[in-house]
Design a binder for this molecule. Structure first.
Ligand code: PAF
Length: 287
């Protein structure tokens, strides 16, 4: 039976007893409203560890937009049932008061990593993510933690957090899980109207077409084509499309500036913010 942990003390006790019995713990931090993307992280954590712990906490300090926080979907009973079905061992569901008995004052600086793209458009977002993820790691004490590549920049920040502060946890990146029509799975998708939901897969269709165009066109042409294509879809309001190095996340002007080049996009659709990314080009590996 799944253990439902709501206080830091309960979670710490679970962690201590797991560690005492020599069990490896895999951790999947989430904000709930679970979908197959989350479950893919859970099944990977179950495969690679003795125990899987999931946290469900809608972290207020990572929302720069109060309406987004208010409208963020919350489906706790359904989430717990999904985790039971998946064979997860424990779920940590703290209250805001439990995570932040005092207002959080920690500040993090990840250099350019938290200034570009999401960092530029969502001021304070990555600081809020870093604060909560570090606290969750300290409470849950996992051996490994699983994060989806849909939030690619978040993953880069968390790797940097772990390396900079030498946190004793291995960060495991997991591929994006898509709906059959290509839409990247996200808790926010459930807020789309039926008509917007039918348009949303256009994001990935355009990204895949961009990958083809990138084979024989320059960076500026691809960028312009993607933005024009996104804007041509009724209701799409692209926030940004950036072509950047997969490693540094810095924008590039020429393909040869990075080993692996990615395209990163955010589109607003009916008041819902949708994020996605794709590998556009990779330098051929040397023999
Ligand atoms: O990706 C998310 O769901 C959140 O940003 C995370 C990592 C759980 C931190 O609140």
């Amino acid at each position: 039976m799944i253990k439902i942990l709501t206080t830091r003390a309960e979670a710490a006790e679970f962690a201590a007893s797991a560690r005492f019995s020599g069990k490896k713990m895999g951790f999947v931090p989430t904000m709930g409203a679970l979908h197959q993307g989350h479950l893919s992280l859970v099944s990977r954590a179950l495969e690679e560890n003795d125990l899987c712990v999931v946290s469900i906490f809608v972290n207020p300090i990572q929302f720069n937009n109060p309406i987004d926080l208010e409208k963020y979907p919350r489906t706790p009973e359904r989430d717990i049932q999904m985790l039971i079905n998946a064979g997860c061992h424990a779920v940590f569901m703290p209250t805001v008061q439990e995570m932040y008995p005092e207002p959080a004052t920690e500040t993090y600086d990840f250099g350019h990593l938290d200034k570009v793209m999401e960092g530029a458009f969502r001021p304070g977002h990555f600081n809020g993510v870093a604060v909560v993820v570090r606290r969750l790691f300290e409470i849950v004490q996992p051996h490994r933690a699983y994060f989806g590549e849909k939030d690619y920049q978040q993953l880069a920040i968390i790797r940097e957090l772990v390396s900079k502060y030498q946190l004793p946890v291995e960060v495991i990146p997991c591929p994006i899980v898509r709906e059959a029509d290509g839409l990247a799975m996200s808790s926010r998708n459930m807020r789309l109207s039926a008509s917007d939901r039918s348009k949303a897969p256009e994001i990935y269709r355009i990204l895949k077409a961009a990958r083809e165009i990138a084979k024989d066109h320059d960076v500026a042409t691809v960028k312009e084509w993607v933005l024009k294509s996104l804007k041509s879809i009724d209701g799409f309001e692209p926030e940004y499309f950036e072509i950047a190095s997969a490693e540094s996340l810095l924008p590039i002007d020429h393909w040869d500036e990075a080993e692996v080049v990615m395209g990163f996009v955010v589109v607003w659709l009916g008041g819902v913010r949708l994020i996605d990314n794709i590998e556009l080009r990779r330098k051929p590996s040397k023999p």
